[in-house]
Design a binder for this molecule. Sequence first.
Ligand code: NAD
Length: 456
Amino acid sequence: MSTENTTASEAVEHVRQAFSRGVTKPYEWRREQLHALRSLLIDNQDLLERALSRDLGKHPTESQTTEIGIVLAELDHTLSRLRRWLRPRRVSVPLVLAPASAKTVYEPLGTVLIMGPWNYPVQLILAPLIGALAAGNAVVLKPSELAPATSEAIAALVPAYLDDRAVAVVEGDAEVASQLLAQRFDHIFFTGSTAVGRIVAKAASETLTPVTLELGGKSPAFIDDTVDLEVAARRLVWGKLLNAGQTCVAPDYLLASPRTADALVPHLRAAIAEFYGDDPSLSGDYGRIVSTRHAERLRTLLDGQTPVIGGRVDVSERYAEPTVINGVDPDSALMSEEIFGPILPIVHVADASDAVRFIAAREKPLSLYVFSDDRDVRRRFVRDTSSGAIAFGVPAAHLTVADLPFGGVGASGTGAYHGERSFTTFSHAKAVLSKGLVPDTMSLVYPPFTSGKSAI
Ligand code: NAD
């Protein structure tokens, strides 16, 4: 089901009825839908790549590795394990209850809403859909209006491949999103900004609807001089400039001592040139900023800064040059909001302890990256900072590990998904206890409470 004229409430009601009729519960239906989603991706790779290129100037290879390929890998992981995940899980019962048996049974939540952002508009709407379908839910998808070509493609393809009794796409802007949030859901899975996450959480609280909030924020990276700076620079540049910096898990800023920072900058410059040539605006591998409004925001963030690399933002072309600023004031505008663009500020710290303090004094980030060969330093970051994820030696790649939960903590999000965590996120773990009536061993706890019973 997908038409622009379908109102939010009609779409929700339509799929809710399918859930009530039990359409989505059988294992076979779930498997079928996951296979259909697989076909959707395989048959329409060109179409999706074109849409991503129109919306974000993504190179087809980047679309494969960071969007389509990630969803396909998640699908295969889920398809090969779903039967096992669905098995009831036995647990032991206390002696006082014996004989009895207890187990956890996973049941679908019901009708779920998945709202996506524009930056990875295929991956971040379809990867959560895998978990929702695997868990047997009816689903309403709301793609981002800021990636209109991809939104249109999703709205056309989903009803053509998936069971349109139980999966609907509602396209539209914040107004449509608000109409959806006014409906009753059994779970809301939201990926987007912390500001809108707050709106979602507030709306959900009216109906006590549980939420998963996959939010953003400033993900720091720390580097010291124990590592190979040339390789580290390549990794940092890759993670930062993927999708022109519009990646929730991109290193937002870098913490380094002044000496390490000075030594690193030439390697960052070399890595940028190696990946995108001397003028990245001419490289087909380098993306564009999603809108002129966002490009203008980036341009403003650079006011008063003195970049050591790049610095040009061409608003009308939605082009932002890879930019590095060395020695940024921690109180500057660049450090007060998520950058979400190809600008890397380097903030000077004295050492790892100083970096740990810097991070711990701010909102808990979605990811934290540490480049250090010193085991003690690495241990200290794990122990003394809190973040959705911490990765050593490589940014952004942790989200490809299906068995790692992907999500934030504190201001960077609530809940997690990927692999089995997606399945459990979209399921209710129901407690099931069974105890025979004969013999009535419960008589030991019934009143009257004689002295013999108090010993239990
Ligand atoms: P956004 O919050 O502006 O939009 C996300 C969704 O919310 C869209 O579908 C949009 O239509 C809807 N929306 C916008 N305004 C709304 C309102 N007032 N009421 C109700 N719904 C509204 O986010 P974005 O700009 O699309 O994405 C960028 C943000 O998302 C960044 O902060 C980034 O870090 C974060 N992000 C997080 C993850 C993650 O996995 N944690 C992944 C990608 C992006």
